[in-house]
Design a binder for this molecule. Structure first.
Ligand code: CDP
Length: 227
């Protein structure tokens, strides 16, 4: 399919399978894929390493002064890196997941990440996933998809993913983290998680990734009048 040079914004709540879907869609179209959540996770990892989050979860205002020292990049394979080294494993841990929503609610963190996202996404032909891509980061994206899935499906997916990576959370911990993140993400003052008015909703509870791609290709054909 000859796809026009568009930006595709994929948003949705925690563990709705956005990343798997967005990565596959980008591969199908020959587009760049950018995982904005990975950058918020890196900021959180960085703040934990610098001991700027205390045991109660309070974030030191010092984070704003040192954020410029965070050397973030994506490797050619798409791994999130700090100082050129992959931190993929650490940033997906429950420790980071349990702090990331508080960190990503901070306006100066959002400004820092938005700048990186705009720089990386400046060439178009891009699929970017997150919480506020269609509403704030790329409000003019030509195609916006808002992904949802039932809570049970989401918790099971995240639980299986964590087990496969050697973590041993309980299902209750995973579920509690998803609920807490969705609550904080959708109630924060700056760029809360919400569906853009012009986004298409994709409930993937009972869909395979291939079925999601076929649905999206149909959407692209219809919207852009191709094939
Ligand atoms: O993959 P998962 O759904 O667990 O989350 P993620 O995409 O890795 O994002 C982790 C966290 O980063 C979210 O819970 C949000 O707090 C934050 N985030 C955000 O605020 N804005 C974005 N565009 C992307 C992520």
């Amino acid at each position: 399919m000859q796809t026009p040079d568009i930006i595709i914004a994929v948003d949705g709540g925690a563990s709705t399978g956005k990343s798997t879907f967005a990565r596959s869609l980008a591969a199908e179209l020959g587009f760049l894929y950018l995982d904005s959540g990975a950058i918020y996770r890196c900021v959180t990892h960085f703040a934990l390493q610098r001991k700027l989050i205390d045991s109660s979860g309070a974030v030191s205002p010092e984070l704003e002064n040192v954020l410029g020292e965070l050397d973030f990049s994506f490797s050619p394979e798409g791994h999130a890196c700090i100082d050129g080294k992959s931190v993929e494993r650490s940033i997906r841990s429950l420790k980071v997941s349990s702090r990331v929503s508080v960190i990503s609610a901070l306006p100066y963190v959002r400004r820092f990440v938005d700048e990186i996202l705009h720089r990386l996404g400046s060439c178009g032909r891009l699929v970017m996933d997150g919480r506020d891509i269609g509403t704030t980061v790329f409000p003019n994206a030509e195609l916006k998809i808002f992904v949802t899935a039932s809570e049970q499906v989401r918790a099971k997916r995240r639980y299986d993913e964590m087990l496969s990576k050697g973590e041993t959370p309980t299902m209750e911990e995973v579920l509690a983290n998803l609920r807490e993140r969705d609550y904080i993400d959708s109630h924060r003052a700056t760029s809360p998680l919400r569906k853009a008015d012009d986004a298409f909703v994709l409930d993937n509870s009972d869909l395979t990734v291939r079925e999601e791609i076929i649905w999206t290709l149909g959407l692209i054909r219809g919207k852009f009048g191709i094939l």
